[in-house]
Design a protein around this ligand. Structure first.
Ligand code: ATP
Length: 276
């Protein structure tokens, strides 16, 4: 994987950054690269004159838990919406599973972006049933995903009466219905208490163990560093660092990376500073 680094910051990873075989390619669309579940190429999205995402080159290795990190307003949610087709890029492109983005590939993607859209008057199982029918999946998938997120005992309870953590888990269960290879979770621990955060961490680990690639956006760095294999740090819509993570102080590294004066990549989206 290509490592993009800013001028300051301690060594983040125990492992060695893997370089993409085509890492010297510049800004053109690369040949397909199935080793990445998601690859963005100079991805850009503006709201009016404001570039929310600015020339982003993300590379999410298949099988990784990729932490998409950045301060408020960095462009994390916008990036995830671009990957999942909720927004269209202004410029640049997204590749899914080594191929140019196409809607059909979303059948292999599950996503929970912002808050889960639930029917409060339906039970957890009934909420899942709505989506199961839309997707044309067998009934057994409902029990399977309820088991995956630990909601079997609450399946008959109204979703409106769920705790925040249970709602998050039901949202993830809906995202899991189609047996995705890639699961995208936007701030999954937002608003959760310490127990809920720990449960979410265990869930993420269990999905990773099942071979699902995960992109998890978060700003709770102490939590994230316990589950991620790779990180991408964005600020102001631009990539400041990307690479494997095996360190033990993500907060310190993050602060150095996004601090004023830390610098931005030499090229838009962080093609890197000569690998330094
Ligand atoms: P947070 O951690 O606070 O959720 P984020 O990293 O997810 O932030 P985004 O929500 O992607 O950031 O927002 C990136 C930038 O784009 C921000 O400056 C935000 O104000 C702006 N933005 C996002 N959505 C819109 C919109 N619909 N219209 C105008 N500006 C927007």
């Amino acid at each position: 994987m290509q490592e993009t680094k800013v001028s300051q910051g301690s060594q983040p990873a125990r492992g060695t950054a893997q370089r993409h075989p085509d890492s010297g390619r510049g800004t053109n669309l690369s040949p397909t690269s199935p080793s990445y579940a998601v690859e963005t190429v100079e991805l850009t999205k503006s709201y009016g004159s404001h570039k929310a995402v600015d020339g982003l080159n993300l590379q999410v290795p298949t099988g990784s838990v990729y932490g998409l990190l950045g301060p408020n307003g960095a462009g994390k949610t916008t990036t995830l919406k671009l990957i999942t087709g909720l927004l269209r890029p202004g410029q640049g492109a997204v590749q899914l599973f080594g191929k140019p983005w196409q809607r059909a590939a979303l059948a292999r993607v599950g996503a929970l972006i912002e808050t889960p859209a639930l029917y409060p008057n339906l039970t957890g199982a009934e909420n899942l049933e709505v989506h199961r029918r839309l997707l044309g999946l067998p009934r057994q998938r409902i029990d399977e995903v309820l088991g995956q997120v630990g909601l079997q005992d609450a399946a008959g309870k109204r979703a409106g009466a769920y705790s925040l953590g249970m709602k998050q888990r039901l949202g993830i269960a809906i995202a899991l219905l189609g047996s995705p290879e890639l699961l995208i979770l936007d701030e999954p621990t937002n608003g959760l208490d310490p127990i809920g955060i720990q449960e979410m961490r265990e869930l993420i680990r269990s999905f990773h163990a099942q071979g699902i690639t995960l992109i998890v956006s978060s700003h709770i760095l102490a939590e994230v560093q316990q589950v991620v294999t790779h990180i991408g740090i964005i600020a102001g819509g631009r990539l400041h660092y990307q690479g494997p993570w095996g360190g033990d102080d993500l907060e310190e590294f993050f602060m150095k990376t996004v601090a004023p004066g830390a610098g931005v990549p030499a090229q838009p989206g962080g093609q890197g500073r000569d690998g330094q």
